[in-house]
Design a protein around this ligand. Structure first.
Ligand code: MG
Ligand code: MG
Length: 247
């Protein structure tokens, strides 16, 4: 699906709300704060901007953000009972809907001082996202993105998750086609101006295997090692990739 100028303008506005949520939630993250407080900070921005949430009630999800600490990869449910501690890392994923158009983005950050491994994992995951984004140019093939992400992550000795992937985005959060974070064996569709994708590497310090917990949402690493997640919503333009979820 290719978006016209009017649609891209709406997606820019949705992306800006998501970026504001990132700023507001980063500002509350510190030792002693619960993941429910992160959700609350995000709700305040959505309300202030008159934006809808694409996370709340998605297949019954109970919050406007996903909060996934340490070995949790994605889809963690915010809770008063999950209190952040010094040395944790926390992944926060959120989205917004403005005039029917969606934005979606995620980050991982340290809580206070973190281990060298945690710090390196976050740095490499963000780098892998940048490498993937750089491929979003007209004429490239979609799976050039996954190849670039995988190359950065694996060169650093980390692994990329296979079961959860990025996606096209527009009038729904999750549209076809999917955007794997690895080379799937075929080049995929040719990229054209106006296409918009959410690229979202999930990078594990250990192996790539995942386990779904009994709550039906939380996905963790099967080896218990750390995982990081960074995501942006990006439009393919004639001038190259335009990141929509950045202030
Ligand atoms: Mg997301
Ligand atoms: Mg996404």
């Amino acid at each position: 699906m290719r978006r016209n100028a009017d649609e891209l303008a709406k997606m820019r506005r949705a992306g800006r709300v998501v970026a504001e949520i990132h700023e507001a939630t980063k500002a509350v993250i510190r030792p002693g704060v619960s993941t429910a407080a992160i959700d609350l900070a995000a709700r305040e921005i959505l309300e202030r901007r008159g934006a809808g949430s694409n996370f709340l009630d998605y297949h019954g999800f109970p919050a406007v953000v996903c909060t996934s600490p340490n070995s949790m990869i994605v889809h963690g449910i915010p809770s008063e009972d999950v209190v952040l501690e010094e040395g944790d890392i926390i992944s926060v994923d959120c989205g917004a809907i403005v005039e029917g158009y969606h934005g979606d983005a995620a980050y991982t950050m340290g809580v206070g001082e973190v281990s060298p491994e945690a710090s390196r994992l976050m740095e490499v995951t963000e780098e892998s996202l940048s490498a993937g984004i750089a491929e979003l140019c007209p004429g490239n093939r979609l799976h050039d993105v996954g190849r670039a992400v995988q190359q950065v992550a694996e060169s650093a000795g980390f692994s990329v998750v296979r079961e959860y992937v990025g996606h096209a985005i527009g009038t729904a959060m999750h549209e076809e086609p999917q955007v794997p974070n690895y080379w799937p064996g075929t080049p995929g569709p040719t990229l054209r101006r106006g296409m918009v994708f959410a690229v979202e590497p999930m990078v594990n310090a250990g192996g790539p295997a995942t386990v779904l917990l009994d709550d039906g949402w939380s996905v963790v690493t099967s080896d218990g090692r750390l995982s990081a997640h960074f995501e942006h919503t990006i439009a393919v333009t004639d001038d190259g990739p335009e990141v929509l979820t950045r202030l």
